[in-house]
Design a protein around this ligand. Structure first.
Ligand SMILES: *[C@@H]1O[C@H](CO)[C@@H](O)[C@H](O)[C@H]1NC(C)=O
Ligand SMILES: *[C@@H]1O[C@H](CO)[C@@H](O)[C@H](O)[C@H]1NC(C)=O
Length: 165
């Protein structure tokens, strides 16, 4: 119910006409897709400059308390600043082990496109840790990731306990 009132509130104030189309009776549900043009027209969009050697941004976890957006990608977990996604990016590099990659290759898979650790699950675990799982080049792996009380995951500083399934 709270959710419904939230949407009605948006409609009546017309704060986000591009997101919630309230004029058209049959379209009175929140839209899940926005075109690039519509996004840019909102005028409050910060576009992401991208990060070398990363792709497949597929798992997202918002941490409003720490002001971070955690994102699982190919071989990486990123921690972005909520205010400016291009500022102060922290990351953990988490590729499959070389032997896993080789096994994957020998099984006939594409080394670049498939034999990687695609992070698919990011969840809050407790006050100090996230729980993350990746495909691990066809051998799923999960780990507790320390995010601390301050928002930090430092590059090359593997402060997390990795746990292979
Ligand atoms: C990206 O990958 C290439 C080839 O593996 C490597 O030489 C380069 O240092 C990487 N760049 C970054 C920013 O990690
Ligand atoms: C959160 O869970 C991790 C992994 O089990 C543990 O090491 C850590 O001490 C826990 N932190 C808190 C604040 O309970």
């Amino acid at each position: 119910m709270g959710w419904l009132f939230g949407i009605l509130g948006l409609c009546s104030s017309l704060l986000l006409p591009a997101v919630v189309n309230c004029q058209n009776g049959k379209n009175n549900v929140p839209r899940l897709k926005l075109t690039y043009k519509e996004m840019m027209e909102l005028n409050n969009v910060v576009t992401f400059g991208g990060i070398a050697n990363s792709s497949s941004y597929q798992a997202f976890l918002l941490d409003e308390e720490k002001g971070r957006l955690f994102v699982g990608a190919k071989d990486h977990i990123f921690s972005f600043n909520l205010i400016n996604i291009n500022k102060d990016v922290l990351k953990i590099v988490w590729p499959p082990s070389p032997s896993r990659r080789n096994e994957c290759k020998w099984a006939g898979k594409d080394l670049v496109k498939e034999c990687a650790n695609f992070i698919r699950v990011l969840q809050h675990y407790n006050q100090s840790h996230l729980y993350a799982c990746g495909t691990g080049a066809f051998h799923p792996v999960c780990a507790y990731i320390e995010v601390g009380h301050r928002p930090e995951i430092k590059d090359n500083e593997r402060k997390y306990a990795r746990k292979d399934l």
